[in-house]
Design a protein around this ligand. Structure first.
Ligand SMILES: C[S@@+](CC[C@H](N)C(=O)[O-])C[C@H]1O[C@@H](n2cnc3c(N)ncnc32)[C@H](O)[C@@H]1O
Length: 288
């Protein structure tokens, strides 16, 4: 992708992010953002964790117009931040930090950036980082499309993880889903050639949307194209179970699903989904 007046940063300049509230969701580049503003106030252990560890682990992101908005001129310098050159793994919507912190502990040779808008979740992530004494994780409180579109240098990311993004399961809210064609463009911008974009969801309609987004992108190939179709497809299983009431077929003949990514630990979020009998979908796309 070329960096020109169509670049996300250029488009952001005259098109500010609105902070939003519980009632108004906010917009970014004239599209609704993928999150609702939730409480940002910290209490107790979380406030203490923030006070104690923010200086060491929270990226000081220059803001644009809102407290989760990234100034379009700001570029993250991973080598300066971590004091070394290492593969960079970015997790979008890292929640409580369970996956990113476990992965950072298991892979000390890689650096990790957790991107999340929910401050209490980031405070939990700080607690986990500190408990394990890790030096290879940083967190950014920021709207993901701005991180991928301008904050990260083009081609600087080895792996991009989007696990269980908010499903926005009502049809009238589908436009708020993070994983869509425009997101694939900025994911492709951030990833290095050969880099991996890993996705997971427990919503069958979102899983199909993700699969379609990967298939439609000229910048990615599905690393498991055609695999796990028919009876082996999690989509066939989800349709048979009727668990998310989105039964639109009987057998998924397309496939394309990845095996469960072994580097993805079971988060409390996924655990709840499994307890509710939901089917989990994994996808892996390779940056061409
Ligand atoms: C359903 S939770 C899943 C959390 C975690 N990945 C897990 O599996 O436990 C989705 C997370 O994405 C975050 N999120 C939604 N939109 C975002 C955005 N535009 N930028 C950064 N984080 C976002 C939400 O705040 C929420 O914590």
């Amino acid at each position: 992708m070329s960096e020109n007046t169509d670049s996300p940063a250029a488009q952001t300049a005259g098109n500010p992010v609105t902070p939003g509230s519980q009632a108004s969701f906010g917009t970014y580049r004239r599209q609704p953002v993928s999150f609702v503003r939730r409480g940002t106030r910290l209490q107790g252990r979380r406030q203490a964790a923030w006070d104690q560890h923010a200086d060491a682990f929270v990226i000081d992101v220059p803001r644009h117009v809102a407290d989760t908005s990234v100034h379009p001129d700001y570029v993250f310098d991973a080598a300066a931040e971590f004091g070394r050159e290492a593969p960079l793994v970015v997790e979008i919507g890292s929640g409580l930090g369970e996956a990113v912190v476990a992965a950072a502990e298991a892979n000390p040779e890689k650096d990790f950036l957790a991107v999340e808008v929910y401050r209490p979740g980031l405070a939990n992530t700080l607690l986990r980082i500190a408990q394990r004494g890790l030096t290879n994780v940083r967190v950014a409180q920021a709207n993901a499309p701005e991180v991928l579109g301008s904050m990260l240098p083009a081609g600087s990311v080895a792996e991009l993880w989007v696990f269980f993004p908010d499903p926005w399961h009502k049809a009238k809210h589908h436009k708020r889903r993070m994983v869509k064609d425009s997101f694939a463009e900025i994911a492709a911008r951030a990833l290095a050639p050969g880099g991996l974009w890993r996705l997971a969801t427990d919503w069958s309609s979102y899983a199909q949307q993700m699969r379609d987004v990967v298939a439609a992108s000229p910048d990615f190939r599905n690393a498991h194209d055609g695999e796990r179709s028919g009876p082996a497809s999690p989509l066939t299983a989800a349709w048979a179970s009727g668990v998310d009431c989105e039964a639109t077929g009987e057998s998924d003949e397309v496939g394309g699903w990845a095996p469960r990514f072994e580097g993805r630990v079971l988060t409390s979020f996924e655990n709840k989904a499994l307890s509710a009998g939901r089917v989990i979908f994994d996808l892996t796309a390779e940056r061409l």
